[in-house]
Ligand binder design. Structure first.
Ligand code: TYD
Ligand code: MG
Length: 435
């Protein structure tokens, strides 16, 4: 059956437009019987007292790659389904092959389903990143057949590379379609729980809205990891955006080299480019990380001036520009504004506001930012500077890397080992810090 995802209209064949609600491209193939009737009668469910539930005692599998284990929340949990997403060519297959090698060396059985590349290509790459020869390959994209074969003697780890290339023969739609991707993942999830196998699923992020991309799977899987970073540069950031077994927003930092990805254990300094931007002590998961925020403000010749962000939310930039216009009386409406977070990191924390404002003001007013200074604080709509979480961890990291001054919200109390504090209660006070 084809089911409209918006209004629930059912059709026997696919239609471009739903006759029920008029929505375009909303019909998705669903296997018959996957939606059970909700009538009364029939089977009864049993309830358990919490104290009667058996404690789940899991031993995590360590990959020996510290940065990878860290993002997983301390290692791979048996029977879990982990999605690894990212742009094509960013390093998903490379990382998983390397992890496979380490799991093998640790005595686990690992099967790699290669749907994207031929076994010969996989071997070539596996040898480059030193994967032992006893890695088992399934050069097959019929997922049902692979699971059938593995069912008798399930491995501890299964890698499906990628979810967009495998298919279930009982669905008629093509591999990579929403229904195939979703059903294949659901089948893998049930299989993982039943067999106790930890399953990695690779998903390519597709450019246009990611319809059949990893996003449709996020709610289903236990762990979602995304690769960030600029493919043209050497650094790759792996971020946990969902983790049922560990903290989210934990990141791992890797460097792509001749022999695959190598962990960067102490990445704080890697995102500092020395480009004269405002330095922001970010907190990614539990890890403080210093990043440089660069701004360029130039006279605009456009009716609607450009606002371009790399690694920062464009809406938040617009908001900060409006705040600066209103409370400092400095015009941006006739300027193009470019904002860049050096090193390919994506900053999502409002705590970066103060650093963004400092970089914007310095470029707009052609002034220099004070040396050896970090900026950290959220800026509210009325121009007030608000306190942020984890300030002391952030500032300790800044001090460790040689920063001597920190511009922070008022109310922050000095502690031994921190940089000298410059406290502000309003964003206007930033001007005093520029020369
Ligand atoms: P890959 O893992 O194939 O990306 P994905 O699976 O996410 O599509 O990464 C491929 C890129 O990494 C490719 O451009 C080549 C580069 N690379 C290296 O630089 N060194 C290496 O040792 C390997 C294996 C790949
Ligand atoms: Mg790949």
């Amino acid at each position: 059956m084809y089911l409209c995802q918006v209004c629930g209209y059912r059709a026997v064949k696919w239609l471009g437009r739903c006759p029920g609600c008029g929505g375009w491209d909303t019909l998705v193939e669903e296997p018959e019987g996957s939606r059970r009737s909700r009538g009364g009668g029939g089977r009864r469910a049993s309830l358990l007292r919490l104290a009667e539930v058996e404690r789940a005692e899991f031993r995590r599998y360590s990959s020996g790659i510290g940065e990878f284990d860290r993002v997983l929340g301390g290692g791979l949990v048996p029977a879990s389904l982990v999605l690894i997403g990212g742009d094509p060519g960013i390093g998903k297959s490379t990382l998983l092959l390397q992890a496979a090698g380490e799991y093998l060396r640790g005595g686990l059985r690992v099967v790699y389903l290669a749907g994207e590349e031929s076994p010969a290509q996989v071997r070539l790459r596996a040898e480059r990143v030193a994967v032992p020869g006893d890695l088992e390959l399934a050069a097959e994209t019929d997922l049902a057949a692979v699971l059938e074969t593995l069912g008798e003697n399930p491995p501890q780890v299964l890698i499906v590379d990628s979810i967009q290339t495998v298919y279930l023969p009982d669905l008629s739609s093509a591999p990579g379609s929403v229904s195939q991707v979703r059903e294949a993942a659901a089948r893998l999830l049930r299989w993982a729980k039943e067999k106790g196998t930890a399953v990695f699923v690779v998903g390519h992020v597709t450019k246009e809205g990611a319809l059949a991309g990893p996003r449709v799977l996020e709610h289903l899987v236990d762990v979602v990891l995304y690769f960030e970073g600029d493919r043209s540069g050497p650094y790759r950031i792996l971020r946990a955006v969902k983790n049922r077994f560990g903290p989210v927003d934990e990141i791992g930092v890797f460097e792509m080299g001749e022999r695959g990805l190598s962990p960067v254990a102490n990445p704080s300094a890697f995102f500092l480019s020395g480009g004269g931007g405002a330095v922001f002590p970010a907190l990614e998961g539990t890890r403080p990380l210093l990043v440089e925020i660069q701004a360029l403000v130039v006279k605009s010749y456009l009716a609607a001036p450009r606002r371009t962000c790399v690694g920062f939310d464009p809406w938040r930039l617009s908001m900060l520009l409006a705040i600066l216009e209103k409370h400092l009386g400095i015009s941006f409406y006739d300027r193009d504004v470019f904002l860049n977070v050096a090193g390919g990191l994506k900053i999502r924390e409002p705590a970066a506001d103060l650093a963004v404002c400092a970089a914007l003001l310095a470029s707009r007013l052609e002034k220099t930012l004070p040396p050896e200074t970090v900026f950290c604080g959220e800026v509210g709509l009325s121009g007030e500077v608000r306190r942020v979480m984890g300030l002391s961890v952030r500032l300790k990291e800044a001090a460790r890397l040689g920063f001597r001054r920190a511009v922070v919200p008022s109310g922050t109390s000095p502690e031994p080992g921190l940089p000298d504090l410059v406290t502000l209660s309003r964003v206007e006070a930033l001007l005093e810090d520029l020369s």
